[in-house]
Design a protein around this ligand. Sequence first.
Ligand SMILES: *[C@@H]1O[C@H](CO)[C@@H](O)[C@H](O)[C@H]1NC(C)=O
Ligand SMILES: *[C@@H]1O[C@H](CO)[C@@H](O)[C@H](O)[C@H]1NC(C)=O
Ligand SMILES: *[C@@H]1O[C@H](CO)[C@@H](O)[C@H](O)[C@H]1NC(C)=O
Length: 245
Amino acid sequence: MVAFKLLSLATLVAAAAAQNATIRYMPFGDSITEIICWRAKLWDKLQTTEWKNVDFVGSGKTENNCKNTKYDRDNEGHSGFLAIDIANKKQLVGWLQKNPADVITMHLGTNDIVQQNKAVADIITAFSTLVQVMRDSNPKMKIVVAQIIPMGMGSYNTKIQDLNKQIVPWAQSKNSTNSPIWVVDQYTGFSGSSDLRDGVHPNDSGDTKMMNVWYPALINAFSVVQKSRVQEREEMEARAVKFTA
Ligand SMILES: *[C@@H]1O[C@H](CO)[C@@H](O)[C@H](O)[C@H]1NC(C)=O
Ligand SMILES: *[C@@H]1O[C@H](CO)[C@@H](O)[C@H](O)[C@H]1NC(C)=O
Ligand SMILES: *[C@@H]1O[C@H](CO)[C@@H](O)[C@H](O)[C@H]1NC(C)=O
């Protein structure tokens, strides 16, 4: 009887601690996640909210002259990488092992289209593999997937729009209660001329636009993580009460 009581007390303490644990967010993608300043702007904006303690995670710490000494630079943005390669080489498996996350954003596909003219269907297949890797790492991963920004050079935007169009039904087909996928539109309203510094990467106005698109989706994802932790705690407490009664 005493042992049961101790056990349930330990469970309660663990549940309370889990509820309080820092939420971990991984910005995942290519150079449009690595060598940009939307992460700095996002971190700044979060400092004014209840989510200021959210921990950005990832193996990279690239700074892009964002003139911000304070922000959490940790990210999993890899310049030049293709979604198809990351999926085939299983790279995200190790990245998430090193830096587990509760919430992840994914902006990928640009290099698949621009560098190698990959088929949209193959990019979508890679996205499915990546989502499975995320869920193998954390069955409750909250996933925010971007419809990607336009390019300011070449004639890639038709294919980019084709990919963006297919992301919606794909995400719906992969959606789940434990691990929801939210699609955000980084394309609409983003100018291939005045929001890019080099035809590919956002400049200051582009960074602000991207941040403003990620922000509400992330706030929502963080609150879903928090709610499910509270719910788990309540369920554990209910079980503990039954145990001791
Ligand atoms: C959880 O956080 C609250 C507010 O920051 C604090 O008062 C409380 O002691 C924390 N509980 C645990 C178990 O860490
Ligand atoms: C997935 O489900 C969540 C609710 O859990 C919903 O908010 C979201 O819009 C859905 N995603 C898609 C792509 O329909
Ligand atoms: C962004 O870059 C474009 C040209 O690449 C320029 O026309 C525009 O003024 C820049 N805007 C900002 C806010 O840096």
